[in-house]
Write a protein that binds this ligand. Sequence first.
Ligand code: NAD
Length: 446
Amino acid sequence: MKISVIGTGYVGLVTGTCLAESGNDVICMDIDEKKIAVLNSAMVPIYEPGLEELIKRNVAHGRLTFTTDMSRAVKGSDIIFIAVGTPPGEDGSADLNYVLGAALQIGKYMNGYKVIINKSTVPVGTAYKVKAAVSSKTRFKFDVVSNPEFLKEGAAIEDFMKPDRVVIGAESARASEIMQELYAPLVRKGDRTLVMDIRSAEMTKYASNAMLATKISFINEMANICSSMGADIDNVRKGMGYDRRIGFEFLFPGVGYGGSCFPKDVKALVQTAQEYGVDAKVLKSVEAVNEQQKTVLSNMIIAHFAEKEAKKGTTAKKTKPLAGKTIAVWGLSFKPRTDDMREAPSVVIINRLLRAGATVKAHDPVAMTEARKIFKNRVHFSENDYEVLRGADALAVVTEWSEFRTPDFQKIKKLLKKPLIFDGRNIYNQAELRKMGFTYYSIGRT
Ligand code: NAD
């Protein structure tokens, strides 16, 4: 099949590459000239495990090309995915300017029947706006389909190639058949393709992300209750997870959810619900709990050093409670295996530490280039995970990259001024660390 993907970001690039891998001819188009130049020079603008190899293979086979030329993308394909960003507007609702801008451009260059597929996460009813935008520019026939994407950054290829389900919102039998044919190679084991009406397909994506965000805020709230009453969230989590109705997934306490999806999608759903006269009380709380959770680790650090000062008998309350302290941070991306810093809790945590007067040093296996754009020279970055600890007053673990899970604790002890760890992801064994002489703080454990 001849496919083009408009928007070559985390979703568009993975979608285009994976569809080329399953034998289609794919044109990936983006308005970002720099991004396309990078791709055309055989480099990959984002970090996603396995993606580079797949891109190289499909480019070499001539199945995958990159362009900034919308006319070429539209005229050279029968199936067009829209995978541009849908960032939050000022009121939290999804900003549809990119989606509708792309739709107008597609309409302008139409040269025959096309299936136009919304892969971007968009509020219920957006497909009809896309239809109107395309119609305003062309007389050729086309269908608009909603096909939300459920991939996770860090495991995007596996998720795309072996999806749990494929959701297709279509109104015409012709478009629905083309979509099922397109996805057939990816859903060979069992029928996991769900064809439904467009509104339900659009809503399925928001409902799924809202559920996952709810699980995270729920367990974070449980963690905060646990630590206030002397229970251990890790025991509680296990005790809950073995109940098959609950399960273990997304029940890990931490420093709050981030990324380009959960925060914006929860906000957008609250906003859309409001437009339809529904007060989404659960989702508003999910968001409020998450905002608060992003402050838990920095509050812990500030409270620890304030207590030390109080014990020393320093009575004058410092305006900058962490003045003179250096905190080493492990992990900056919003989750492991990605360089994505969008809405990363590390940003809130580090800004709070800096405001409290701390010097912050940081290491992340892949996200430092992105992080430098945010923190500039306010944070000292280190290419080495141990070097960043030298002379620091404490280590704060913010993102649970696998290389941080079983470190050399003796080395950490030697490099830090004092053996002090604030673990925002509960990746270490509390009893063992304390036996080794560490002062150890984590989430929801006392
Ligand atoms: P992104 O910001 O990484 O990429 C979007 C790309 O679209 C950018 O490269 C931008 O230059 C390009 N673009 C904008 N306007 C354009 C236009 N008119 N023509 C061509 N290109 C244009 O965004 P992303 O993370 O890939 O997300 C895209 C959509 O997919 C969003 O709606 C998001 O909610 C959804 N989604 C994202 C994920 C994820 O994990 N990132 C997962 C599922 C769904």
